[in-house]
Structure formats: C-alpha cells, structure tokens
Ligand binder design. Structure first.
Ligand code: GLN
Length: 251
C-alpha cells in the first residue's frame, strides 16, 4: 500500500518535507517503517502543491519509482510551497494507467490520495459505481480502486458536502459494499486537510512554528508525532487538528 503525506505551514522547499527528513516519503518508497501491507512503493509517485495567488494546485506525477527520477529531487530542492500533498504508490492490482493512477488525484482546488485497497475490486463496488452519474464514470481518473473512491468523494463534494463529510461518506459506502477494505483517504484544498484512518497507519505532527503534517507514518523521530487511532476522521489546519471517531462498520 502506498504512503502519503499532506503539509500546511510556512512556505518551504518541497524537499524539506518530502526528501530531506531521515525517513522522508522519498525514503519510504523503498524503506517504509510502518507499512502494514506490501513492501516497496515503486508503482508511481506524485506531488501536488499550491503556489501563492493561485488556488489551483500544480502536480508532478510519474509512473515509476521516485528514486529513478532525478528531476524530482532537483525540482523539490527549489520549488517552494506552504501546502502540498504527496504519495508514493504500491499498486493493488497491476494496471496500465501508469501516471494517471498515481496520486494525487485533482479536481479544481482539491488534491486527493488513497492509501489502501478496495477488497473484491472491481466487482464488490460495481453497485456503488452504478449509483454515480455516467459522466462521473467516464471521467474516472484511472482504472484502479483509488480512482473510483476518488469519484465517490468528488460526487460528495459536487453535491455540496464539506470535505470531511465527503470523505466519511465515501468510506461508509465502500466499507459497506466491500467489507475489510482499507480506506485511508487524504484530501486538501490548500487551507485545510481532511483524512481518514481506516485499516492502515496514520500520524500527524502539529507544531505551531512549523505547521501541520498528516502522514501515513512519521518521517523522523520527533516526539511531536501522534498516531491517529483506526476508524477516525481527522480534520486539520495549520494550527489545529481535530479527531472524530468514525462509525464502526455494521457486523
Ligand atoms: N489501491 C491503490 C492503488 O492501486 C493502492 C494505494 C496504496 O495504498 N498503495 O493505487
């Protein structure tokens, strides 16, 4: 399964968050410390970030392992931002979509990532997909479980639900249709972060001076890192983190 991370705080070179820390997301692509499923995250990677005075983030994604992309390390040395979302991918099922299947997925001002797997994909969630307007399915970002989960979240956002409700609604629907699925979702609009812990690890680090990081696992051994209990919805800004228990799936 993937590792993912979102950051809100003072503008810094992306590499200060993604590459420089001892156990950074970059290193987690081959040596994650707390990954429960899968070993390496070599099936693509991506980062999305916000630039001043433009609410729509830019993305840089590639189909291969992050360690094979010299341009990534070089770009992240000089590109600066105060809001980003990044992921390294371990594909649940081999698919032909490469870069398109690498998070972050994007819609308007939003960036999204899914760490986990939909059990029984694709048949288990066919009834859920059938409830989406056909145009949403034609717009699917890629042919993988995470893209369908993203389509469900986008539908919630377009229907007017606030980001945390759009995430928790998608988790409830997919967990009911495909019990045992792992649904750690991460969503940001550059001003706040929403995330779910549902079957895999999730941590956050809140530091008034250095901002907020929400990540699959800590990128260093700073005692400020706090683990999020399973089945929890997290909402965060630069200065606050709020945890709310999610309803347990029906037995
Ligand atoms: N199900 C996701 C995919 O196939 C996997 C994301 C992850 O946790 N590896 O892309």
């Amino acid at each position: 399964m993937c590792r993912h991370l979102a950051y809100l705080g003072p503008a810094v070179p992306l590499g200060e968050i993604l590459v420089r820390p001892e156990h950074s997301l970059y290193r987690q692509s081959w040596a994650p410390r707390r990954q429960r499923h899968g070993t390496v995250n070599a099936d693509g990677f991506g980062v999305g970030w916000y630039a001043p005075e433009d609410p729509v983030p830019a993305r840089y994604r590639r189909a291969g392992p992050v360690w094979g992309d010299g341009s990534f390390a070089d770009l992240t040395r000089v590109v600066r931002s105060g809001a980003l979302l990044a992921a390294v991918r371990s594909a649940t099922v081999a698919d032909p979509d490469g870069e398109a299947a690498a998070a972050p997925f994007a819609m308007g001002t939003y960036l999204f990532s899914h760490n986990g797997a939909v059990l029984g994909w694709p048949r288990s969630v066919a009834p859920l997909a059938g409830r989406l307007p056909p145009a949403d399915l034609l717009d699917l970002a890629a042919r993988c479980d995470s893209a369908l989960v993203w389509a469900l979240v986008q539908r919630g956002l377009r229907d007017g639900y606030p980001a945390p409700e759009a995430l928790s609604g998608a988790v409830a629907d997919v967990a009911a249709a495909a019990p045992g699925s792992r649904l750690n979702l991460l969503l940001t609009d550059g001003a706040s972060i929403s995330a779910t812990a549902w079957g895999d690890t999730l941590w956050y680090r809140l530091d008034p001076a250095a901002g907020t990081v929400v990540a699959s696992e800590p990128y260093d051994d700073d005692p400020l890192w706090t683990e999020v209990p399973d089945h929890t919805l997290l909402t965060a800004t630069r200065t606050d983190v709020l945890l709310t228990p999610l309803k347990e799936p029906a037995p």
